[in-house]
Every structure is written in C-alpha cells, then in structure tokens.
Design a protein around this ligand. Structure first.
Ligand SMILES: Nc1ncnc2c1ncn2[C@@H]1O[C@H](COP(=O)(O)OP(=O)(O)OP(=O)(O)O)[C@@H](O)[C@H]1O
Ligand SMILES: [Mg+2]
Length: 397
C-alpha cells in the first residue's frame, strides 16, 4: 500500500505516531506526560501527510516563537535532520520565515498569534496547536474555523482548560493519552527522573509521568508576568548561576531591578555544560552569584576572569530566598521559556497525611529559580531590611 510505504521510508516511528497518522477525527487531542513523544509524533504525521499531498498548508502554532523553538519547531528540525527521505521531499527550510516548503508545493509554517483578530489571517489544511494550554480559546477558535481538514492538539494536563471544557467527549474529537512509557527512544535516566517526581509530589507525578489531568495548586510564585525585554534603564543586580550536569540543567538568570520590580532574563538553561562552557556563555562584566555547594566550580570560573561569589546559604535559605522574592512582582522575558515553565510548576509540598501544603517547596522545576534565589539571598535581602518600614517596601505584601 502506498501510504504504508511512505510512512515507513520517512522515519523511525512509534505507536503514537501510527495513532495520530491514522486518526480520521477532525480534532485529535494528544494529552500526555512529559517526553511521551506527542510533539514528535504529530510533527512526523503532518510531515508525512504533506509529503503525500500536493499544495497543502499546515500551520503549527505555539504561544510564542521562543516556545516553538523548544517545542514543535525543535522536534521538526530534529526529524528533518535525521531523515534523508524527508530531506528529499522538502525543497527548503526558511530559517527566518520558519517554513518548510516541499517539492510538491506543500508548506509547514510555524506561527504564534497575539490576538483572535490576528488569528483571522490565513487559512490552512492542517493545524497543530502545540502546548495548547498556553493558547487562549478565542485564538484557537479563529484558527480552527479556518482549517479545512484536520487539527492536532498537544499539552501536559496540569489543569483543566478549554480542551476539556469544549472538545473532549465531542463526536469529532479523538483523545490519545500517552506518557514516557509510550516513547521507546527515551534514555533511562530521563525516565528515572520523570518517575522520581513521585517522591516530590503526587500531583506533579500524575500530570508529568502519567498524563492524567491534574490540578496543580499551591504554586509558590503567582505575581509574575511576561515582558518582551528588560527595560533600558533597569539596573543589573547580578547574574544567578545554578550548576547542573547530567540530568539537571545549568541555569543562569540575569536579575535586574526597576520601579520596585524585578526583571529576569534567562541566559543559560542547558545540561552537559562544563565550567569552560559556562564561561563561554556568560559576560565577564556582570557579577555572578552561584550555588555555594560547588566551590570548585566557582573557583574555576573565577580563574576564567569572572567576578563570582557563592550564595550565602544558611538554614532555611530556600524559604528565606523565596520570601525575599515574593515581595517583588517578577517580570520574565518572553524568551525565558524554561524559567516560565518552572514558575508555572514550582509548588509547595503537600503533606501526605493531611493533604495540606507545607512550608517546603518541591525540589523540582527549580533550577532557574534557584539561580534567582541566590541573587536574592546575597543582594536583595539587605536593602529590603533597611527599607522595611518604608511604605514602598510594605506595599509589596
Ligand atoms: N520517533 C522518534 N524517533 C526518535 N526519537 C524520538 C521519537 N519520538 C520521540 N523521540 C525523542 O523523544 C523526545 C521527547 O519527545 P517529544 O518532544 O515528542 O515529547 P512530548 O510528549 O512532546 O513531551 P512534552 O510534553 O514535554 O512536550 C524527543 O525530543 C526525541 O528526542
Ligand atoms: Mg511536546
């Protein structure tokens, strides 16, 4: 059969790919835990459909371009790089327009929309809404109305949202639920760290390890918003640095202050970095506050010519650092996608017996936030205590 030939030639696939590719529903919803292969499979299914049909358009939508670059676009580029057959079917990839153009005239474009009005421009045959819980329902509706053939949706279900309210259960909607056990391509250490969520928090484990709809409550940080960039006149406080290596990323966050608010920009968030690698990524003119648990790394980075000091950690420094940060409104640059994800998931632990939140945060989704906390401990505590009686400082409570 022709269809089978094309799909087998293009790439190595999983059962989730088969389920998506063969879905004949108008809307195929992929709810799932992290790293289950949702985005990869949907990208592959859409690449195959475009390769098989002439002059079709597929729009892949994310909440913004930085999120697409760590989500559906990154997976699409990896699939493209690894498939000689797909490369043969695709005429070009335009880096600035974020568009794959096939020899048969079909197109896969990656876009984000600021408003429902904006989403009224253009029509398409296929639509993929990547991480749909970041997209407002009115934007989805405008896009869906202008989609002729099929729509795919994926997300991690950390709370119910419009997909649950308006789509799941409808006759034209197919629901596929997956988790990391459905992805044979995942290294064991990644699987282990996903399963280890169970020791930290049952609810996070249900959502990210099993793909079950959760209700993530008791978030540590609520007062934060996304900004386009750091304001011109904001004052740099310091760069926070948290070390990681195999499983955990190394995170560096630049922390600025302006108008009594903090402005945060994610500079580094990557695993596998050595100290010389970190040195390449940071700016020697900016002071760094790093995790004092790694004095050797701090010394190595100092010898590379950086101004770097360890964070003043004491008993309760996690809670203290959080308390300091909570006095501020946090503005996070749009490109800080990992920090934004951490802020959406960093929560207080729940006592297993009483089911109530306790005064200790979970020890996951905290690499960028730890980096931020180090800056708070060394640089933000003192000024606040001096100002504690001023109206301005009290206003932050
Ligand atoms: N068919 C495949 N062939 C090779 N590698 C794959 C395949 N499917 C998935 N992977 C690998 O597994 C990783 C995780 O898959 P993917 O990004 O699709 O997960 P996801 O379910 O979208 O996760 P999240 O919910 O965190 O976005 C991919 O980055 C890729 O490296
Ligand atoms: Mg994904």
């Amino acid at each position: 059969m022709m269809v089978e030939e094309v799909e087998n030639i293009l790439f190595t696939t999983t059962a989730l790919y088969e389920a998506n590719y063969h879905s004949d529903a108008l809307i195929t919803v992929n709810q799932g835990g992290t790293s289950s292969g949702k985005t990869y499979s949907i990208d592959q299914a859409l690449f195959t459909k475009l390769a098989e049909r002439e002059k079709k358009v597929c729009t892949v939508v994310g909440q913004d371009i930085p999120n697409l670059r760590v989500g559906a676009l990154r997976d699409a580029l990896e699939i493209y790089e690894n498939s000689t057959e797909l490369k043969r079917a695709i005429k070009s990839y335009n880096k600035s327009a974020l568009t794959f153009t096939f020899n048969n005239g079909s197109v896969m474009e990656f876009k984000s929309y600021d408003s429902p009005q904006d989403a009224k421009s253009g029509k398409r045959d296929y639509l993929f809404i990547n991480e749909a819980n970041g997209i407002p329902y009115p934007i989805f509706k405008e896009l869906y109305l202008r989609t002729y053939t099929q729509t795919y949706i994926d997300y991690n279900p950390n709370a119910e949202f419009w997909v649950h309210e308006h789509l799941i259960g409808q006759p034209h909607v197919k629901l596929l639920i997956s988790d990391h056990r459905n992805n044979p391509f995942l290294p064991q250490h990644t699987r282990d760290s996903i399963e280890a969520l169970k020791d930290e928090d049952e609810e996070l484990w249900r959502v990210y390890a099993r793909g079950l709809t959760g209700k993530i409550e008791g978030l540590v940080f609520r007062k934060w918003s996304v900004c386009d960039k750091i304001p011109e006149n904001a004052k740099l406080i310091a760069v926070g640095l948290d070390f990681g290596f195999t499983n955990d990323p190394t995170a560096a966050i630049e922390v600025y202050q302006q108008n009594g608010e903090l402005w945060l920009d994610e500079i580094v968030y990557k695993s596998g970095l050595t100290n010389p690698d970190i040195g390449q990524l940071l700016d020697k003119s900016k002071p760094i506050i790093a995790d004092s648990a790694e004095p050797k790394s701090i010394e190595e980075i100092k010898r590379l010519g950086f101004r770097i000091e360890g964070a003043m950690k004491g008993p309760d420094s996690v809670k203290n650092g959080i308390d300091i940060l909570k006095r501020y409104h946090l503005n996070v640059t749009r490109r800080s996608v990992n920090l934004r994800k951490e802020l959406n998931n960093y929560k207080w632990k729940v006592d297993k017996l009483s089911g109530k939140a306790i005064n200790v945060p979970v020890d996951v989704y905290n690499h960028g936030l730890d980096a931020l906390r180090y800056v708070a401990l060394n640089k933000l505590k003192q000024p606040y205590e001096i100002k504690a009686t001023s109206k301005e400082a009290l206003g932050f409570y």
